[in-house]
Unconditional design. Structure first.
Length: 616
């Protein structure tokens, strides 16, 4: 077995880990039906936009190994297993959300830890990735089987992209209003799986480590402040407000109130349950709440120190870092120039479609605003969609189930409209979707949101892939453009399943895509090209957005750069792939065949997806 240089197993629990667990419907700011439609303009180039400046070719070193295929494959399998074990044991949350029975995967005696959020931890993680990449490149690709080659291409592409972000550690941001650690950690911990007494004990130990982990985040933010990289004042204030709401009523905190019910599936005596509840209450009140209070104090002290109140490109390495973010989060090889062209063309094409629909039916706008979906209750909507997708999507195992839950009121104002929690590889059948009951989200109109999170969205996507029994190492990869692109695809596809007239369904779908493309364009223009808030307002005013909405959108892309790209660009990459499939397969094309092909790949960079399509 080719060994990589031994390094400390010191990775860090970062936003990327949280994003892998919480697959969310990102903040949708402006409701459907607010966009203005313009007259048709001349169409230009189409969706597939690649040029020499795009990174669009798979590559790997040419290696000749004299060993037999059997020997190489066995050695490689062991390497992948070591990579998997290294990653899933990096922190207790990742392990709990990845495996129900770690011992079945050769994992034993793991110390409870949250990892670290320090520059040293980031440097160690990079060194580990460099070592793993070096070992990977020693394998003879041609002697691997198809599944192993796919894992090779995915890891090779992702690791090289990860390493391209060198020397920008201080630009990473653990805190943000919607996807930050302080937002997602309480929900993730509340859904921490209690498989047995040992997992409850581990959970309680993890709560005790939160103060130290938050101290590291505070130190990291203080260092960012000294280097002139601290977040904008408005972003800091949003996070402070959010944290204050979380700690407002300590004794009624949902991490305490929901705990007893979480023990119901375990064989425990009444005394044991009471003892665990007492210990949990103590851990929350003595560790979690104080950690958030200390974070609040630190952010209040730092709030005015941010020198940049706008996009990333205003920072010394901000432009390069934003490009790195887009490429790594989306899994795209497109240049920023061509991404912008694609977004502009998408906006123009969808404006034209909406304009045509309005010409055909002058009342379609009112019809779209007053649309009634076949089901209005979330649970019934989920079951309705599960039945409706059978014709065009491959079957799932019958034992897959889902529970709908609602986020605690203390998180409603800041957390996503809905999100899906990923399941362990060896227990993927039991799923949870969280809905946000805030009054600003009308859950009777949540049909497409539930499609995004449930069927045929994230729940279906995750369960279908896990039912194929893939290599465990594939779970260590997080490519937001693949997952959220599919969530957007499912959301837009669901309009055709809603029993609406063809024109109304098209109008709603087009309006949603147009909205997402506008947000993504603003994201890029602010963070890469330096648009100011005034320039954003000038642009959005033409689409009917008022001053308040313009400011909200500007603040969102400043606080969460590249966030919208996962949804919009990821979707456009899938549509581009679908067009290529139609051209390649001809009469043999069907939606079901394409869906099966795409979902069977699992999370892959789009360059890998295109390569596999070309070989299909």
């Amino acid at each position: 077995m080719a060994k990589y240089v031994g390094r400390s197993k010191q990775r860090f629990y970062a936003k990327k880990t949280a994003a892998k667990i919480m697959v969310s419907c990102f903040l949708v700011i402006v409701a459907c039906g607010t966009l203005l439609c313009y007259g048709r303009q001349q169409k230009g180039w189409k969706t597939s936009i690649y040029s020499m400046e795009d990174d669009n070719v798979l590559s790997h070193p040419s290696v000749h190994d004299s060993r037999s295929k059997k020997e190489v494959r066995a050695d490689y399998e062991q390497f992948l297993q070591e990579v998997f074990q290294e990653n899933v044991t990096s922190d207790g949350i990742t392990l709990n959300y990845t495996l129900k029975n770690p011992t079945d995967y050769g994992i034993k005696n793991v110390k409870p830890m949250l990892g670290h959020y320090t520059k040293e931890a980031m440097q160690n993680a990079r060194m580990l990735t460099e070592n793993e990449l070096a070992v990977l490149e020693r394998y003879d690709y041609d002697k691997l089987n198809e599944e192993q080659q796919l894992a090779y291409d995915v890891l090779h592409t992702v690791w090289k992209q990860d390493l391209s972000g060198d020397n920008v550690d201080e630009y990473q941001e653990p805190l943000s209003p919607t996807t930050g650690t302080q937002t997602q950690l309480p929900v993730i911990l509340t859904e921490y799986h209690f498989w047995d007494k040992e997992s409850v004990d581990t959970y309680l130990q993890l709560l005790q480590k939160i103060p130290d982990y938050f101290d590291e985040i505070i130190t990291f933010e203080q260092q960012r402040s000294k280097e002139g990289l601290f977040m904008s004042k408005r972003t800091a204030q949003d996070i402070i407000t959010q944290c204050k709401e979380f700690v407002a009523l300590p004794e009624k905190n949902f991490m305490i109130t929901t705990f007893p019910e979480r023990l119901s599936g375990l064989t425990l005596t009444a005394e044991q349950k009471a003892d665990y509840a007492k210990r949990n209450r103590s851990a929350v009140l003595q560790n979690v709440i104080p950690a958030y209070q200390k974070l609040i104090k630190a952010l209040e002290e730092l709030a005015d120190t941010g020198k940049n109140q706008a996009g990333l490109c205003n920072l010394p390495k901000g432009k390069a870092y934003y490009q790195h973010l887009v490429r790594s989060m989306v899994g795209t090889g497109r240049s920023m120039k061509n991404i912008l062209k694609l977004l502009d063309q998408t906006i123009e094409d969808n404006k034209n479609i909406m304009s045509d629909l309005l010409v055909k039916d002058g009342s379609i706008y009112e019809k779209a605003l007053s649309v009634k979906y076949p089901e209005e209750e979330p649970d019934k909507t989920l079951q309705y969609l599960k039945k409706q997708i059978k014709k065009s999507f491959p079957d799932l195992p019958s034992e897959v189930s889902c529970q709908m839950k609602y986020v605690d009121k203390s998180l409603e104002e800041h957390i996503s409209p809905a999100f899906y929690l990923t399941t362990p590889l060896d227990a993927y059948q039991d799923n949870v979707i969280y809905l946000n009951g805030n009054a600003k989200y009308d859950l009777t109109k949540a049909f497409t949101t539930i499609a995004h999170e449930g069927y045929p969205g994230h729940l279906y996507q995750n369960c279908f892939y896990q039912s194929q029994n893939p290599l465990p190492v594939r779970s260590v990869v997080n490519i937001g453009g693949y997952t959220e692109g599919w969530g957007t695809y499912a959301e837009l596809y669901s309009y055709s399943l809603a029993g609406l007239t063809k024109n109304v369904a098209s109008f709603l779908k087009t309006n949603t895509l147009l909205t997402l493309a506008i947000y993504a364009k603003v994201d890029l223009e602010v963070n890469y090209n330096g648009w100011t808030e005034a320039e954003v307002r000038d642009y959005l005013t033409d689409f009917g957005y008022d001053k308040t909405a313009c400011r909200t959108i500007f603040d969102a892309v400043v606080a969460e750069p590249a966030g919208y790209m996962q949804y919009t660009l990821g979707y456009l990459e899938i549509i581009d792939l679908q067009k290529q499939a139609k051209a390649k397969w001809g009469k043999q094309y069907s939606d079901k065949r394409f869906h099966t092909f795409f979902l069977s790949l699992g999370e892959v960079p789009f360059v890998v997806a295109r390569d596999r399509l070309a070989a299909s």
